[in-house]
Design a protein around this ligand. Sequence first.
Ligand code: PRX
Length: 656
Amino acid sequence: MTLIKSVLNESRLFRPEKEFVERANVSGLKSYTALIEEATQNYEGFWARLANENLSWKKPFTQTLDSSQAPFFKWFSDGLLNASYNCLDRHLETIPNKTAIIFESDEGHVTKVTYRELHRQVCVFANGLRSLGITKGDRVIIYMPMSIEGVVAMQACARIGAIHSVVFGGFSAKSLHERIVDAEAKCVITADAGHRGGKIVALKPAVDEAIALDGGTECVKSVIVYHRSVTPVQWFAERDIHWHELIKGKSDVCEPEWVEAEHPLFILYTSGSTGKPKGVQHSTAGYLLGTQTSMKWVFDYRSNDIFWCTADIGWITGHSYVAYGPLGVGATQVIFEGVPTWPDAGRFWQMIERHKVTTFYTAPTAIRSLIKAGEELPLNSDLSSLRLLGSVGEPINPEAWIWYYEKVGQKRCPVVDTWWQTETGSHMIAPLPGVTALKPGSCTQALPGIFAAIVDETGQDVEPGKSGILVIKRPFPSLLRTLWKDPARFKQSYFPEELGGTFYLAGDAANRDLDGFFWIMGRIDDVLNVSGHRLGTMEIESALVGNALVAEAAVVGRPHEIKGEAIVAYVVLKKEIPSSPTEAHALAEKLKLWVASEIGALAKPEEIRFTEQLPKTRSGKIMRRLLRSIAQGNQTLQDVSTLENPAILEQLKKAA
Ligand code: PRX
């Protein structure tokens, strides 16, 4: 809450420059108000118009929104289309020779592909997938480094109607296994390794381990291996196939599978309040529409832009603003394999200069780490090509915003702070750069057609200026359709009865100031945001108690200068706490590595604190709020009268 208090005192206002407004896709307040009014007065007509204007349909839809099975809403459901056709084929007549992707490898090698060439690669690979018997509705796991091939794999799945589920390369074999099993994947597409920050990160061994776990994973019939590196891999001839062998001799003609608008385009696993990740299921048409409208509205896409979103394809941002959004509008985009700080912390800025990037989209955690590593480094590069900057994943602190605006954008480029989620598929609350005045730290206002509001626990609107629970009151096309194989959890998590059952519950607390601007305050559930990555405290706790030495664990977040939030784990051991600090330290390190091997390095706790007991209420509930306060170093703790074991307080404070 300290962040929100300080950001709410933020009074700086940055109005769009006249020149920007004049050229913007949505230019000035009048055009914006017209969109808002259209959406308010004729909600379905508004979305129908956009779906007709932005998507290419094989068979047009006649019904816009079907609420008969709410909250399982359907959009455009009798229409037929194909996502890959929309991202590739439809550009072949107009811009076949335009560069679609500028890929820069970790070492700095640059490869460019045109729309024609990307289309060819996708068709050939899609035919390869078909030759393995993969058809509409089959699930395919993609566990790849950032690469052109990663995008080709996603697009090829979309082309044949297979449902992809991309797993971030930083997840462990165990996490990969859980996702393969839950999705009942028929195929895994991977690489021998990726290159990041001068290091080789092996991927294929994790796939082998994931498939072998729990006595073997029956569903996977084939593993396609792209050779990015020269890393030797183990080979299982009955199921493994080299990418280059698979595509050999395959035709570059591949008729797209025309799918219903509601056909699942992908499943993307994300963390929730329980130990089990949620398989967020997106539709084809509604999802794609959200990516297209936001490319035009929020990123103010122009045909000569060079767009660069730094997110990995393993996250929703990499789906919407690498694999689908930019290709859908026919943009040229940069894809980068490496990390921002290698070979030095000027890498992003040098790349912006090298590729003449106009639109740059990254996360506050990256911005903060780059400020720390080299506040003045952007000045060494020519950043004059930039015209728009974006931020995503967590609240951006005003200091980082101002630095980004001044040092990177040279006070010329609007900063669009975009609030959205894996579940919403595309931007929800974000500025329109040719309209909205910017306040550092606020994601500003909801996009046209998005009815965001702040309510109390009973679903009633709170007064302006008061904080509460962020909801979206009407369904919108890019919203998730369900949780894979778990419709009950979908309903309960996102459309809870307590709020009336019709509002989409985002899971964030927020405040709306007197100008109607939104300020996101963070999650209201047991979800942490570490370096812009979403992690469930329960997942980390389950991993910890899965260790033979651990009896109980409670995980909380504490503010962290670079990561936003850092993970602090309170651990009760089965045996006594080691009396020697060296031994205790060694054990803590061992448990940190354990969590990294169970979930992935991204979930590794920053700190492990041993305690004899966890603070619990008389009914046995762990008092996380109390642990959070202690982890944050607060001296005055809230009401502890319900604490079953008050003596534990002193020990917990000492453990800090
Ligand atoms: O808490 C919000 C935060 O990230 C959560 C969604 O995480 P994920 O599904 O992983 O998607 C991240 C990329 C879209 C939200 O519930 N969040 C995301 N963007 C912002 C944000 N918090 C504040 N400001 C943002 N711009």
